[in-house]
Write a protein that binds this ligand. Structure first.
Ligand code: ADP
Ligand code: MG
Length: 534
């Protein structure tokens, strides 16, 4: 008892113990360095004059892209802290859809400043808390700069979609893709819930051939497949009555693996006759409802249609599209305003959808099925993206996704903000001024982080081949004189009012970028050990 008390006695001030923090510091430093390396990798692709990356994967697949989220997603990152930056870009993609490079570059810059703060002796918790306060204040600054937007102002929407397309490989087509993205998103907004857009209601169908110029918005449905007309069925139907079926039009199979051996011809004839009658019965039932177009879900259990059933369907003048994916069914039934039919017994006329025309059309070197003039069409839209090769086609789709997300952001939160580095420099300036009012370590840390935000204008200028120090200094001066909308005009290579250049972006993209970047950096700072579990 006495011995225990002796051990528990607090050490006297004379015998101050030495705590070795080397390992923790090393872990932190290694994490920060690895994560900054990721940020440096995408830094050159920021902005309209940014470079693109060619990503070649182990299986020989090649991708050319400018999208931060895509670049990072395809990179094989092993270091766990570096992986957090990949996830950061992914979260920005989910939250706003655009600004995926910005968020990573910001995080990288904040991390570098954290490292110098740590080596100056500031405790990681203090750094993290300062960053938290900074991000809240930064969002306030952004809000104060924001310009309210009216959704009826289509022009402003098109401008911000065009800004997001500016930096893409397909930027030369932004005059076509930007209005298209705006129309696509606005057409799926439900007046009952004017703030919500579900981008699942905008379907993007890619078809090789032609150029990106041939990309079009289709009011209706498009299937990237042919009509099944091997038995001579129709390829074009007017006044279509369309059924979406989830059952198979083929003879049933036995439940368990077993084989039936038929050795005599009369029995064989009987089986064939039964099969024929079974299918004929189904086709007759379908025809009786007036249905003349069948969209058949892909089946893995047995053939969705057989030669025999196609033959009878062709005789009944029913157009057949088979192998419709399971996950497309919801979109299709919503568009056609009809119900999927899971069983032939439930095949009734009230479950059908109606359209003026269903036809197979040749585009490029393939064929697609188009359904147009749908009666009581649901709030969905289809974009048929075209491109002369797979690389362009894929990048066009990714860029269009960014543009759609930008418009969605604006519908969610109806505020615009100037681009071209204007918000970042304004945040940096105001937060720097704020830091002067604070005291001690906090003031020092916030000053450092405020300067870190300048990385965006620096990078924009650098990537455009401008003298970044001169440009950013001038930009800071202009902002100090109260011109909060001055930004880097990369085309002219000087500072101008960036709103006049029509470079605008959704407020949500900027606020979510700074919030997410700060959050991620704080998380990395708080890690002081890596435990590997096998
Ligand atoms: P992200 O993946 O983060 O969206 P981008 O490569 O699209 O990255 O670059 C976005 C940045 O480029 C934003 O800061 C935006 O303000 C800026 N930007 C876009 N177009 C222009 C332009 N025409 N002039 C100046 N800056 C621009
Ligand atoms: Mg962008």
């Amino acid at each position: 008892m006495a011995a225990a008390a002796a051990v528990l006695r607090a050490p006297s001030s004379k015998t101050e113990s030495y705590v070795d923090t080397k390992r923790r510091d090393d872990v932190r430093q290694a994490n920060i360095i690895a994560a900054s390396a990721i940020a440096d990798a995408v830094r050159t692709s920021l902005g309209p004059k940014g470079m693109d990356k060619m990503i070649s994967s182990a299986n020989g697949e090649v991708i050319i892209t400018n999208d931060g989220a895509t670049i990072l997603n395809k990179m094989e990152v092993i270091q766990p802290a570096a992986k957090m930056l990949v996830d950061l870009s992914r979260s920005q993609d989910a939250a706003a859809g655009d600004g995926t490079t910005t968020v990573v570059v910001l995080a990288g810059s904040l991390l570098k400043r954290s490292l110098s703060l740590l080596s100056a002796g500031v405790h990681p918790t203090a750094v993290s808390d300062a960053l938290h306060r900074l991000s809240i204040r930064a969002v306030e600054v952004l809000h104060s700069m924001a310009i309210p937007l009216d959704l009826s102002n289509r022009d402003a929407l098109v401008k911000s979609a065009a800004t997001s397309l500016n930096s893409k490989v397909v930027s030369q087509y932004s005059s076509l893709l930007a209005p298209l993205a705006v129309d696509a998103v606005l057409s799926v907004v439900d007046p009952a819930q004017p703030d919500i857009v579900d981008l699942r209601d905008v379907k993007i169908v890619k078809k090789l051939g032609g150029t990106v110029d041939d990309t079009e918005l289709v009011k209706g449905l498009v299937f990237d497949k042919k009509v099944s007309h091997s038995a001579g069925g129709p390829t074009r139907v007017e006044n279509a009555k369309i059924a979406v079926v989830q059952f198979q039009i083929s003879p049933p199979k036995t439940d368990i693996e077993q084989s039936i051996v038929v050795s005599d011809y009369t029995q064989m004839d009987r089986i064939l006759r039964e099969e024929r009658n079974y299918i004929l019965g189904m086709v007759k039932k379908i025809k009786a409802t007036g249905c003349n177009v069948l969209l058949i879900q892909k089946s893995i259990l047995r053939d969705a249609v057989t030669d025999l059933s196609l033959h009878y369907l062709a005789k009944a003048k029913i157009l057949v599209v088979k192998d419709v994916e399971r996950d497309e069914i919801e979109f299709i039934t919503k568009t056609l305003n009809c119900l999927p039919i899971a069983n032939i017994e439930h095949f009734r006329e009230d479950k059908l959808g109606f359209a003026n025309c269903v036809e197979e059309v040749s585009v490029g070197d393939g064929k697609i099925v188009k359904i147009t003039g749908i009666k009581d069409m649901g709030r969905t839209t289809t974009v048929l993206v075209r491109g002369s090769n797979q690389l362009v086609l894929d990048e066009a789709e990714r860029s269009l996704h960014d543009a759609l997300c930008v418009v969605r952001c604006l519908v969610n939160k109806k505020f615009l903000i100037a681009g071209g580095g204007a918000p970042e420099i304004e945040m940096s300036r105001q937060l720097g001024a704020w830091a002067k009012e604070l005291k001690g370590m906090e003031s020092y840390s916030i000053k450092e982080f405020a300067e870190a935000l300048e990385v965006i204008p620096y990078t924009l200028a650098e990537n455009a081949g401008l003298n970044s120090i001169a440009i950013v200094t001038e930009l800071r001066n202009r902002h100090a004189q109260g011109e909060i909308n001055s930004g880097i005009n990369v085309r002219k290579g000087q500072i101008t009012n960036i709103l006049e250049e029509n470079v605008v972006q959704p407020l949500l993209v900027s606020t979510s970028a700074i919030t997410l970047a700060a959050e991620c950096v704080r998380m990395i700072l708080k890690i002081d050990d890596v435990v590997i579990v096998r």
